[in-house]
Design a protein around this ligand. Structure first.
Ligand code: C2E
Ligand code: MG
Ligand code: MG
Ligand code: MG
Length: 286
């Protein structure tokens, strides 16, 4: 190990690594320290019913409050967390935080919001995950049906047997499941039919352009119909304009999420804005 080597040897080793590997090593060290110092926090983005404007769910999006660099998004650390396995401990902290925040929402008089939690491939493989979820639920007196887990299309399709097994195990908690980033890569349609999921989240790359591009519009319409014929609910990701929302509502897409409807924010800000709007967004005029 580098620490045991003499100073000179360490330098030589460090310099011979490429810049990317050195950056990853630094992120790993800082992230490991951050995990021990409560620097992991969770932001929430609302999922909105396209017809009523009601908030149906909040998606938990992890953030890292870095002492020097400020608030960091997953792009800055998730790859390293996944590669090193630190994502498992990060995930436990996210689950605990989400359950605590869910209990706060219930206390604030908003008991019906589902909390959606993203899971990576490494987390799916963790044999302690189910127990950790159960513990967090009971610590905060929550029902499993108040949680939904999001698994990315690439992770699920990349290892179908892992996904099937881990969904089967996690189902014990009573949580529901969404397939995230649908349409961003390759999906096996028989697998889509076989998976015990409740929802398809249509990738933001497909949503971009639905207002301008007829073919893109047709593609999203076909995805919504496919989902509905499999009895899956649909969520459009990355909705950035009123026009996109209008098209999605016409297509019968059930829910939408995106900067137009609300950016990820802290629970304090969520509670403040829900107090103002009583759980609805004023979509009627758009
Ligand atoms: P995702 O689950 O597909 O989440 C959607 C991402 O798109 C989020 O980025 C969100 O901030 C961003 N987004 C939302 N609305 C819009 C929009 O209108 N336009 C655009 N351009 N972007 C929008 P974020 O928070 O940086 O998260 C990135 C990814 O990191 C997530 O993609 C998810 O795969 C992963 N992730 C986030 N939190 C967790 C976590 O707690 N655990 C694990 N394993 N992965 C997580
Ligand atoms: Mg997601
Ligand atoms: Mg997504
Ligand atoms: Mg994603």
């Amino acid at each position: 190990r580098a620490k045991q080597a003499s100073g000179n040897q360490y330098c030589f080793y460090a310099e011979s690594m490429d810049a990317e590997a050195r950056r990853a090593m630094q992120v790993e060290q800082e992230f490991r320290r951050g995990l021990g110092r409560n620097e992991i926090c969770v932001y929430y983005q609302p999922r909105i019913d396209t017809i009523t404007g009601e908030i149906c769910a909040l998606e938990a999006l992890v953030r890292w409050r870095h002492p020097a660099k400020g608030l960091l998004a997953p792009a800055d650390f998730l790859q390293v967390a996944e590669a090193t396995g630190l994502v498992v401990e990060m995930g436990y902290q996210v689950i605990d935080q989400v359950c605590a925040d869910c209990a706060r929402l219930t206390e604030a008089g908003l008991p019906d919001l589902v909390m959606a939690i993203n899971l990576s491939r490494r987390q799916m493989r963790d044999e302690h995950l189910v127990q950790r979820v159960m513990d967090a639920l009971s610590a905060h007196h929550l029902r499993g049906s108040q949680l939904e887990f999001e698994l990315a299309e690439a992770d699920v399709m990349g290892d179908a047997s892992l996904a099937t097994e881990s969904l089967g195990t996690l189902a014990i908690t009573g949580a529901s499941f969404a397939l995230d980033d649908f349409g961003s890569g390759m999906s096996s349609l028989p697998l889509l039919q076989a998976l015990p999921i409740n929802r398809l989240k249509i990738d933001q790359a497909l949503i971009a352009g639905i207002a301008e591009d007829r073919n893109r519009h047709g593609l999203v319409m076909a995805v919504v119909q496919l989902a509905h014929s499999l009895k899956l609910s649909t969520v459009a990701e990355g909705v950035e304009t009123a026009e996109q929302l209008k098209r999605l509502r016409e297509l019968g897409c059930d829910e939408a999420q995106g900067f137009f409807l609300g950016s990820p924010q802290s629970m304090a800000d969520i509670l403040a804005s829900l107090g103002r709007t009583s759980g609805h967004l004023p979509l009627g005029a758009s």
